[in-house]
Design a protein around this ligand. Structure first.
Ligand code: GLA
Length: 406
């Protein structure tokens, strides 16, 4: 029997080769000029919705990725197609169209716009991109964006540091797409390392790679999909960020500090405890989520360093409760999926993956129990939501390295 990692490597090699052929067939690119960039999807076991408040977050890249085959174009034209979406995105570098709602072409257009602010882009690109998971929860949009940034930089001979690429990726979301997100996704995709937990301080953009403890039991990552899909800009994501801003403004005023930027990270846990009576309604709940989640990240890092997956998993599941009760995200099917997961034997812990408005849940599971857990969860969910079951697989995967040109 071949190992899961080897099987994944073989699948990747097949995809890389077929993407190369697609690029040559669709755009007539010379074979020798074709390169492939791999930008993994990410999970965030702890640190939900606190990146935009500049809190600390934990992440990992997984061994499932967006792949983009590309080559320089002979002009300043960008021509891209996708194996997952119809049509072609085509524009000139000196005439980048504005955002068009719901169009995947926003990612390449956004990538060019943000890069052009500080870099000269003279060479266009042709490319074909493919990714298995576009349903949400795994930061597929950030993975596509990072892949395109790296490809554009490569054909233009630009050597852009990873920290800058993180902010460029965030710029695509914030400035071009209108999503007020933090740096979690881009950091996880660019900085992660196989078998390590990536701890990112979203205030300083500093990070630490924390290796798995030698005594840590073998685990797998389970992605349990809900079958729900919807773009984040159309969710309550931005409203939640605004509610956090409101809470931060009230607390910063109370402690006599300026309100620029009005983010919860600039308030200490003690200051929050002393002044929380000033908060009511949604801002009170969002602040309660922020401060408890920061605490879970700190405790989670300690548990990880000790190889204590039971404790780490409990913190994940507690984070799930806070996402439901305090952050008030999670549609009913996603909450059902979460509840199925935490009741299943062999699961260390689970929570919504990503923003948690749609997409999937992520769980850490005992490696040996993984296939049974996946099958059980898929079956239980199908019973509760037969209408969504056809699009709701449960997929086992593992941690992996961050984005790279192959
Ligand atoms: C989305 C956003 C991230 C982060 C997560 C929730 O993935 O893009 O910036 O806020 O949701 O943790």
């Amino acid at each position: 029997m071949i190992s899961a990692t080897l099987e994944q490597t073989m699948r990747d090699e097949t995809s890389v080769e077929s993407l190369r052929h697609e690029l040559v067939n669709r755009y007539g690119a010379p074979t020798s000029a074709v390169r492939v960039v791999r930008a993994p999807y990410r999970i965030c076991p702890l640190g939900a919705h606190i990146d935009h408040q500049l809190g600390p977050v934990c992440a990992m890249a997984i061994d499932q990725a967006v792949l983009t085959a590309y080559a320089p174009s002979a002009s300043n034209e960008v021509r891209l197609s996708s194996l997952d979406y119809p049509g072609e995105v085509r524009f000139r570098l000196d005439d980048v169209p504005d955002r068009q709602p719901g169009d995947w072409g926003n990612f390449p257009r956004g990538a060019v716009r943000v890069l052009q602010k500080n870099h000269d882009l003279g060479t266009g690109i042709c490319g074909v991109t493919a990714g298995r998971f576009s349903a949400g929860g795994l930061s597929s949009s950030a993975a596509v964006s990072v892949a395109l940034l790296l490809a554009l930089e490569d054909v233009n001979g630009l050597d852009v540091p990873r920290e800058e690429n993180i902010l460029l990726g965030q710029g695509i979301e914030n400035e071009y797409l209108g999503l007020h997100s933090g740096i979690l996704d881009q950091s996880a995709i660019l900085l992660s390392k196989q078998n390590h937990l990536t701890l990112i301080d979203c205030q300083s953009v500093q990070y630490r790679l924390i290796p798995s403890h030698p005594a840590m039991p073998p685990y797998s990552i389970l992605l349990a999909f809900s079958g729900l899909t919807k773009a984040l800009v159309g969710t309550d994501y931005n409203r939640r960020v605004a509610e956090c801003t409101e809470a931060a403004t009230i607390l910063l005023n109370a402690v006599g500090r300026d309100i620029d930027p009005a983010v919860l990270r600039r308030v200490s846990a003690d200051e929050h405890a002393d002044n929380q009576k000033l908060l009511t309604g949604a801002p009170a709940l969002r602040a309660a989520h922020f401060f408890s989640e920061v605490d879970r990240v700190t405790k989670g890092v300690e548990a990880w360093q000790q190889g204590d997956l039971e404790a780490f998993g409990h913190l994940m599941s507690d984070s799930g409760v806070s996402s439901i009760n305090n952050y008030e995200c999670g549609s009913p099917p996603l909450v059902d999926l979460y509840e199925i997961l935490i009741k299943t034997e062999g699961v260390y812990g689970a929570r919504f993956s990503g923003a948690g408005f749609r997409g999937c849940c992520v769980a850490l599971v005992q490696r040996d129990a993984g296939p049974d857990v996946a099958e059980h969860v898929r079956r239980e969910y199908a019973q509760r939501h037969p209408d969504l079951a056809h699009d709701a697989p449960a997929v086992l995967c593992h941690s992996d390295d961050g984005a790279r040109i192959l």
